[in-house]
Structures are given as C-alpha cells and as structure tokens.
Write a protein that binds this ligand. Sequence first.
Ligand SMILES: Cc1ncc(C[n+]2csc(CCOP(=O)(O)OP(=O)(O)O)c2C)c(N)n1
Ligand SMILES: [Mg+2]
Length: 716
Amino acid sequence: MSVKGSATSRSTGSTTASSRRPVPGLSRTELLHAYRMMQLSRRLDDKEIQLKNQSAAYFQISGAGHEAIQVAAGLSLRAGHDWVFPYYRDRALCLTVGITPAEMLLGSVGSADDPSSGGRQMPSHWSDRRLHIVSPSSATGTQCLHGVGCAEGGVLDRAIAAKGGREPSAHSDEVVLVSLGDGTTSEGEFWESLNSACTRRLPVVFLIQDNGYAISVPVDAQTPGGDISKLVESFPGLRLARADGTDLSDSWNAMQDAVGYVRARRGPALVHARTVRLYSHSLSDDDRAYRPQAERDEDARRDPVAHLRAQCLAEGVATESELDTLEAEIDKELAEAVDRALAAPPPIAETVARYVYSPDVDPTSEAFDVAPQPSGALQTMVASINRTLRDEMTRNSRIVIFGEDVADASHAASLAEVDGKGGVFKVTHGLQRTFGVDRVFNSPLAEANIVGRALGMAIRGLKPVVEIQFFDYIWPAVMQLRSEISMLRYRSNNTYSCPMVVRVPIGGYLRGGAIYHSQSGESIFAHFPGLRIAYPSNAADASGLLRTAIRCDDPVLFLEHKHLYRQTYNKGAYPGTDHMVPFGRSALRRPGDDVVIVTWGALVQRSLVAAQQAAKAGVEASVLDLRTIAPYDWEGIAAAVTRTSRVIVAHEDQLTCGFGAELAARIADELFGQLDAPVKRVGALDCPVGYHPVLEEATLPQTADILRAVQDVTSY
Ligand SMILES: Cc1ncc(C[n+]2csc(CCOP(=O)(O)OP(=O)(O)O)c2C)c(N)n1
Ligand SMILES: [Mg+2]
C-alpha cells in the first residue's frame, strides 16, 4: 500500500519480525474470519449463478475478484455505527458488515421476504437499516453524493444539537463509506461529491474498486492516464491510499489508514484498490467478446481467495484440512439458505404499489387541513414563503436549508456589515442570520450535488428544504430526483425514505427572462412516482402548501412561480403558523356554470381575467386552481366538469405533453358522457421562450388565448 496526505499514527503495514501472519494486525481468529467471509462471498456468487441457470433467480452480478478489499473494508467499519453506501459488487462487504447469506438469497429469488427490497430490486442491491447499509439504486455514482450528505448530516446534527441542548443522533467518530467502481469515477456525481467532501472536510471514505473495466470499456479509455488516484491527488485534505485490492494484507492496511484518518476527523479519504474481475460484468455479459484470453488468465492468477488460502497454508495459519472443514461448513450453510430461499413466498401482486408514498403520513388527509388564521397586512408570495420557512425552522430544528446563494453570506462575519443575499429572489433572506450557518448555507454550483446530498441528510432524520435556483437548471439533478429521491422508499420496501422539499422558482412572463430563465415543465416531474408536486398561485396558499410539504413524509417538488413572487393581485395576510392546505385539494377561484377552466400557477390570474371578459358577453366561466399537480384533485375536476359540461385545461407549459394532455385524456376517458363539447387545451407553443417581450408573448399563453378557448368551447 502507499499513502498520500498527512501521516497517521497507524502502521502502514511494513513487515516486522513479529508479523509472520499474512495480515499483520489481524489475529489468527480474525484472519480465519476474513477468509471465511471471502470464501462465503465467492461461493454465494457461484450459488446464485446456479440459481440463475435454473431460472430460480433472474439476474446475477458477482463480486468475484473483489473479496479481499471488501472484507478489509467491512472489518474496518463498526456495523450500525458507521454508514455504508455500497454498490452492486459489494457482496463480501455487505456480508462482513452483517447481512446474512440467507437474506441475500431471498433477494436472489426476489421473495416477498427479501429484507432489502421485498423482491423489487435486482439481487446485489443490499440494504439494512439496522446495519446502516443504505439501499442503493442501480445508477452508477449517485451514491457518492448520498454518502457525502450523510456524513455532512451527522456533522450538522451534532452542531445543531449542541446549540439546541438536545442529544445528537450522530456519533462523534462515525465514518461513512462510499463504494464505487473505476468506471463510475467518470460520473459527474463522483467529482461533485469529492468537492463537497473536501470543502467541508467531511468524514467520508471513498472506496474505488478498480477492476480495470466498466462492462467492456477498459480504464485507460475511461480515465486520463488510466489511474484515478493520480487525478485526485491534488484535492486539498484528501487522504489517499493505494492498495492491491486482491491482497488482504495490503487492503487491510489501506482501509485501516483511511478509516483511522476519517474517524479521527482529519478529513475525507480515498482508497484506490486495484482488483480483478474474475467473471464477466454480469451474467448478461460475456467478456470473451472484448478481453483477450491472456488477459483473463492473468486476472485468474490474481484470484484473492486462492491467494489468501495459499498464504494461510504457507504461513501455517491453518492446515489444509482445517480450511477444507471451514469451506464445507460454508457449503452446508449455503445449502440450507438456498432451501429456505426456494421455499420463500414470492411478492403478492396486490402489494405492487405499496410504499410509493409514505403509508403513515397522508398529506391529502384531514390532518393537513388546518384553516388559515390571517392576520397583519397583505404580503407578497415571496414574503409569505420566507415567513413560513422561518416559522417552520423555529418549530423544527432538524430543518436545514441549502442551495446556490441561499445563505445571507458564506462568510458569516461579513453580516456585521452587509444585509445578506438570501437567494437570487431573496426567498431565504435573513434565515442564515437568524438560524446560523449550520442550518442555512450555500452549496456549490451543482444541482445534483444539492439534491443528492439532501437525500443523504434526510435518511438520517434531518429535513432538508433545498433550493434549485431556477427550474431551467434543474436538469443535472434529474437523475437524483427521478432515480433516487422518488424511488428510495419504494425500492427499499419502506425501510429507507428521504422526506425533503425541493423548492424551485419556475416559469416566465418575466419580460426578459429569455430561453433559460422562463421554462416550465411540471408534467415531466408528474411522471416520477414517489414525488409530490405543489404549485401555489397566491401568497396564502404558498404558506399553507409549503407547510404541508415540510411536515409530510414524502419528497416534495415545490414550484414557486417567479412572476407570482411579487404581484399585488395574489398578496394575502399571513395565514398563521399552523395553516396547512392538504395536497390534492383544488380551490374554486371563480364560480360559473357555462365552462370550467382547470388551471394552476400563473394562468390562474390570466384565467380569472379571461373569465371576467367572457362574462361581459354573458358567458360564466368558473376557474379551478389545482394547487397541486401530484396528486391532483380528480374529484374536484370531475365535479366541475359534471356541473358545466364544458372544460378547458389552461397551463403555461408547452402544449405537447404538458400536464393538460394528461387531464384532457382522463376527462375524455372517464367523463365523456358529461361533455357537451370537446376538451380544450391552452398552453405555450412548442417553442422556447425568447428574450424580447414580443417573442415571449408569442410563445406563452395569454389571456386572449384563454378567452378564445372559452368562446370556442361555449359556442360548440
Ligand atoms: C448512470 C448509469 N449509467 C450506465 C449504467 C449501466 N452500467 C451498469 S454497471 C456499468 C459499468 C460500471 O463500471 P465500474 O464503475 O467500473 O464498476 P464495475 O462494474 O466494474 O465494478 C454500467 C455502464 C448504470 N447502471 N448507471
Ligand atoms: Mg470496473
């Protein structure tokens, strides 16, 4: 092993007279335990391959060749004290931390009893709440940000608890291990996570298991120079250890060094372990298609399990017959575990949609219907949101706010002189000044970083309320929103969840917002099961909906229309510290029996104006403000359509695949018999929003467009 960074007190494993064992620092019992774990992992892989070949398992990906570094990593951690963010090759790691072979095999067959996911996830996506092994997705690299967020969450929890006089839930010496492959280091999320780990000196160990390939792509075609540790050498404060990941001794020394450094709170560490991939990428891959035989043979000669066996025999740690006995015991244990897995019940089809959302806290329920108690002067939507955040932060010390520019000043000392930024729209202004830098802070300019870190904090009980600066720039975070935030509860069968709020300024009508500050697109996120979407149109609703978003137990995308932040027509008196609007409950903004305009966001006001104009011609249009998109108020829509027999869905987003398409289809499907006219949609052109007001006006739907739709539908 070689290390870079400030020296630790630990030995780096040089051979000494007393170290006649293959792994100095491990007792004979510990060494044989390590050998058992490595053999168990390999034999379990082979068992699962058999099950796949017998069609009793449906997928297989092995850890063969990675066992030494993984067992060394597992032995260096304290189960249930430290945190583990594994990836799909981490069988030996997860076994060493404490997941049993029987539990793994229940995952192989996809049983309802599979403790990681109840048969929802492929095998090799292990998790365990008690052991702090966090449910991974299959997306490479996303876990890096979760691990960093978890480490940061622990640090913040302790700082906040100390100020609030409560017991912290995080330990002062806990370590977060994030594991990934060499190819995965090409993902931006890896680099974003290194940035934050080093900037904030977080207690994270990155373990890179470099088997030289990402499916068929060799590391030299993936990483400049073919050596990831060279690239990260200059990260300030990052302790770096390189190891032969097929050698238990070298792996142990590297892991001890890294974990010791992190546990002592000296900063983050990275272990670059070179392993071999003894089998193909997965059972769906055949590496003979792209790897020469000589290279495969060379890997086989570096088999870590065979290597340790030979070492144990050579050094007299155990006799051949002792190792044979140990291996026979493993085979017996596995045979019993296979029998149990094969007899285990499959998932029940009726449970398929369980745990998309919290089964315990229902934001559509009466519990979230708390009437407003308005008091004080009328205030804008931006003031209303700011005050709601302030009140909720006062009520719940676990709320943390971060995002780009959301702090008043990153250098808190400057606040003696300056007023503070508090977000580009000033929504979070003054919150850092009131609640301190542990609860309100700036993120790097990296959207996946914001959402991914929030997940890592949320799983351990903090309540992140983060900001994406503009909806137009949400896209780097979409993998996190789609594959992580909204799916964590489902994929872990309700074992892990990450309730949080992602606030996003959205929309146009800004006169000058142009192409990259005017976008809509809520329908895209309505396609993410597990995510709630609120979209207030006025100041009072913004407060009530935000409070529901914060107090509910699901991730919520909270869309704040930029144009609505400071209008006068949607001002309201502050509705009090307990007002909540349940999700999925629309509001009738204007009654009218001739047609209903179903709408939300900035088109609520435009629809009201159009309705007033239509009334002059004797047409009475009602305006129904949906307030939330996921869930949406189908009963409210159905009642309004039944009453009027004519319906328009009006939204700011583009017409094609806008959320109106979904509503129009459902209305046509389920309410066809109630209709006296076709369902009409009003939306933006399928065209970007140009800078000049003439272009903006031509793209976005205007009052006149809604009025024309009212005339069309009512004269049909
Ligand atoms: C974001 C993402 N892109 C692509 C894939 C498909 N994929 C799965 S594993 C893999 C290669 C990963 O290689 P590496 O990080 O070296 O890990 P290894 O499998 O070699 O251990 C790819 C491309 C994925 N799962 N996620
Ligand atoms: Mg690899």
